[in-house]
Design a protein around this ligand. Structure first.
Ligand SMILES: NC(=O)CC[C@H](N)C(=O)O
Length: 370
């Protein structure tokens, strides 16, 4: 056993043993309450620069397979778990979780009290932290100083780190009904897959794409993906979105995309105390009162009140969805321009499928705009 410590910026230290790679990592410490889907979580680019704490005590039971990655690599900076599986068991598993963490040089910690850690984050808020093991484990003072010198999540411009360098196309399954230009701020593989199932061909474009790049693919609609970092930094994407709205091109955004649409409509974003991360988060549709159980992973939110209607440069808009737990904005819809977005994850990887019909709503918007 190699000793490891998770050190928080407020000086609190949790001790355990090294899990995955030995060394050190820095990031914002956040907790995720999903009991399944750790492979999708770890490979979700939105977790770039975050140390994820699994509240589910046993992690790694189904190993690591070659099918469920949401991107090319693991993006979390570190992983903290209570009780790792000794022996993974799944017919799809190719290797164990710690083997994969080690293969990708991802530093983790196991055996720490994740319940106390989660309660601490819930009370004090998500904050900077580091995991240290091997020769990176030094005196408490040195470790706390190292964490205090690391980068904050507020003001972090991270989508450029995760976006594709080259455009690529994910073809429609069967007959192509629509073409979508997707701005890649950290897109997960399951999004183009779910669009493809609906006859949509997706052109995934780098974050630096211009309006001309978008128009070059003759899209029926534009998609804004999820992604890491502080939405207050995403000025280029906000400007591009304003141009898309100006042209009345159908637009759909997820998570970071919801925050970008919010900013394009003149709203500010702010940091939630500890965010929403899990796969059973209840969201209320303000119009119908219906609740959807959703997958979520966000630390920031758009300012607004449940059901609020407001004026924008593109006509009237409504806060279409909000979180049943804390009332945070979970969706926006324009009433006079074909655009909507949600703060949660209809691509649901991993997660419940209540929100999947939103991809059908996007297809409907594109067909109405023809
Ligand atoms: N999953 C996402 O798109 C997250 C958006 C943003 N980085 C946030 O934390 O709020």
């Amino acid at each position: 056993m190699t000793a490891a410590a998770l050190v928080l910026e407020d000086g609190r230290i949790f001790r355990g043993e090294a899990f995955g790679s030995v060394g050190s990592c820095m990031g914002e410490v956040v907790f995720s309450t999903g009991m399944t889907g750790y492979q999708e979580t770890l490979t979700d680019p939105s977790y770039h620069r975050q140390i994820v704490v699994a509240t589910a005590p046993q992690i790694g039971n189904t190993g690591w397979n070659d099918e469920d990655d949401e991107s090319q690599r693991i993006w979390v900076s570190g992983y903290a778990v209570r009780d790792p599986a000794r022996v993974p068991s799944s017919w799809r598993s190719r290797r164990s979780l710690p083997e994969e963490l080690d293969r990708q040089d991802v530093v983790g910690i196991a055996g720490l009290d994740t319940r106390t850690l989660t309660r601490h984050i819930r009370e004090r808020g998500a904050m900077r932290a580091g995991i240290f093991s091997g020769d990176r484990l030094r005196s408490d003072e040195e470790l706390i100083a190292e964490v205090a010198a690391s980068a904050e999540m507020v003001g972090a411009d991270l989508a450029g780190d995760v976006t594709t360098t080259e455009p690529y196309v994910v073809p429609a399954e069967g007959q192509r009904r629509f073409t979508v230009a997707a701005l890649d701020l950290g897109i997960k593989s399951n999004t183009p897959r779910m669009l493809a199932e609906r006859g949509i061909e997706t052109h995934v474009l780098p974050l630096s794409a211009s309006m001309d790049d978008l128009l070059a693919v003759s899209p029926d609609g534009v998609f804004l993906s999820n992604g890491p970092g502080d939405p207050a930094t995403a000025d280029h994407a906000v400007e591009l979105t304003r141009q898309v709205l100006d042209r009345r091109m159908p637009l759909f955004g997820i998570c970071f995309g919801n925050q970008i649409l919010g900013r394009a409509l003149g709203r500010d974003t702010y940091k939630l105390p500890y965010g929403h991360r899990g796969i059973n988060i209840p969201v209320i549709d303000a119009e119908t009162g219906r609740v959807a159980i959703t997958a979520q992973n966000h630390g920031f939110a758009v300012e607004g009140e449940p059901g609020e209607r407001f004026d924008t440069d593109f006509g009237r808009a409504v806060v279409s969805h909000h979180c049943a737990n804390d009332g945070a904005v979970e969706g926006l819809r324009l009433l006079e321009t074909p655009a909507f977005s949600v703060q949660y994850h209809p691509e649901a990887a991993a997660g419940p499928h209540d929100a999947a019909p939103l991809f059908d709503s996007f297809a409907r918007l594109m067909s109405e705009a023809r």
